[in-house]
Design a binder for this molecule. Structure first.
Ligand SMILES: Cc1cc2nc3c(=O)[nH]c(=O)nc-3n(C[C@H](O)[C@H](O)[C@H](O)COP(=O)(O)OP(=O)(O)OC[C@H]3O[C@@H](n4cnc5c(N)ncnc54)[C@H](O)[C@@H]3O)c2cc1C
Length: 381
């Protein structure tokens, strides 16, 4: 395994750095959070930088970039401007890879160029009032009402960016006699489809990524919007999960590094008892513990990205990388809030935003308890 950052990787990182410094400063991010919106308008510019084209084959004018490079860039973006990393992750992680892996030729030809151009944000509607960690408990139904029309009826919760996305990938039960993960299909639904009603959810953090409750009142959909094979939607989602996990592990490691950097700077600048906070051994050790965790998290994210690049089975390591990165983030932001004290509690502080945002990631996108169940199954053989 080679950890050398190549000249090509450095060049991409430098151009991403320059772009983020010009377009999405920490101050800008605080403003987006307060306005409860993300910098969606930057997506086409990110497209011009080639970011959305990274995992796609050359036949779609993608750059066929390996996941170790993608991971490096996601980590870097996580540190510099997590909001941009999140837009990239969600476009590629479950939207782009879903279209690439199990979209039909028409869907690929139509959607992949738009994804690469940064004109396509996806959201995923899986969770329901009775189906959170137990995603196999979904009851939203899609029934065939003619040979080429489906009708969706049901209720989804916590759908991030549902109103802002081009397509919502909606998981529905299509086999009424099925239970659990079987008999589920995925559909591409436009947010303005008649019969679809959205209500914005008020929340503690990630305010820049609006979340919605969705009610499907007999939403009719042409069969060309079925994504993948009928009744195999959940299996499809599982086959691309490691991309989302790798994206999260990398960018959250970067975000955790940002929290450490903020705390480190603060301890050098803040004087109490006639000396900077950084001269207190207890504070130095606390920062060392924070950095230790971030370095472990980053290494795990790199390992997972390398496994994906090498096409190795990585269910266990995807779960491990997700757990380690997200718990590292909670650890370092909790410590960061203590180190910054009142300066961190100010609503204009970056630390408090990362602390609030980060609270989501240990239970979102597959709660860590469920990840531990996956790891346990793999090690108790
Ligand atoms: C801000 C935000 C954005 C979100 N965005 C989306 C989105 O875009 N699309 C989407 O579909 N969903 C989204 N979600 C939903 C998210 O995926 C769920 O919150 C997550 O799956 C956990 O489900 P739950 O909250 O219902 O918790 P529950 O499933 O009720 O779990 C509660 C607790 O019990 C634990 N637990 C549950 N079962 C077990 C078990 N068998 N063993 C041990 N522990 C267990 C969990 O780990 C958790 O700690 C979002 C949520 C939030 C808060």
């Amino acid at each position: 395994m080679d950890f050398t950052v190549s000249e090509e990787q450095s060049a991409i990182i430098n151009s991403v750095d320059k772009f983020l410094a010009q377009n999405l400063s920490p101050l800008d991010q605080i403003q987006y959070d307060k306005k409860e919106t993300a910098p969606y308008h930057l997506m086409p510019k990110m497209g011009e930088l080639g970011l959305f084209g990274m995992p796609f084959p050359e036949k779609y004018k993608g750059s066929n970039t390996n996941w170790d490079t993608i991971g490096l860039i996601q980590e870097h973006m996580g540190e510099k401007a997590y909001m941009a990393a999140s837009l990239l992750n969600r476009t590629l992680g479950f939207g782009g890879m879903a279209i690439l892996e199990f979209g039909n030729n028409d869907q690929k030809d139509q959607l992949i160029p738009e994804i690469i151009a940064g004109k396509m944000l996806f959201s995923l509607a899986l969770s329901e009032p009775g189906a959170g960690s137990d995603a196999g408990a979904i009851v939203t139904k899609a029934s065939k009402i003619s040979s080429n029309t489906w009708c969706i009826k049901g209720h989804k919760v916590w759908v991030s960016d549902a109103a802002e996305s081009k397509y919502i990938i909606v998981a529905c039960r299509t086999d009424p006699d099925s239970r659990g993960h079987k008999g589920i299909s995925l559909f591409l639904v436009k947010p303005d489809t008649p019969g679809l009603v959205m209500t914005k959810t008020q929340k503690v953090g990630t305010n820049w990524m609006p979340s919605y409750e969705l009610t499907f009142n007999d939403v009719e959909l042409a069969s060309e919007y079925l994504l993948g094979n009928e009744n195999f939607g959940f299996t499809h989602l599982m086959t691309i999960l490691h991309f989302a996990r790798a994206s999260m592990a990398a960018s959250v490691s970067g975000l955790a590094q940002r929290a450490v950097n903020i705390a480190l700077d603060h301890t050098k600048q803040r004087y109490q008892f006639g000396k900077p906070l950084s001269e207190n051994q207890v504070i130095r050790h606390r920062l060392v513990d924070m950095q230790l965790r971030v370095d472990q998290s980053r290494l795990m994210a790199w390992y997972l990205a390398w496994m994906i690049k090498e096409n190795k089975e990585c269910l266990r390591y995807a779960a491990e990388a997700k757990v380690i990165a997200t718990e590292t983030l909670n650890f370092v932001t909790d410590a960061g809030m203590q180190i910054l004290a009142s300066a961190g509690y100010d609503s204009n502080s970056e630390m408090q935003r990362i602390w609030r945002d980060g609270r989501l990631y240990t239970f979102g996108e597959g709660a860590n308890e469920i990840q531990r169940n996956i790891i346990a199954k793999e090690i108790f053989v």
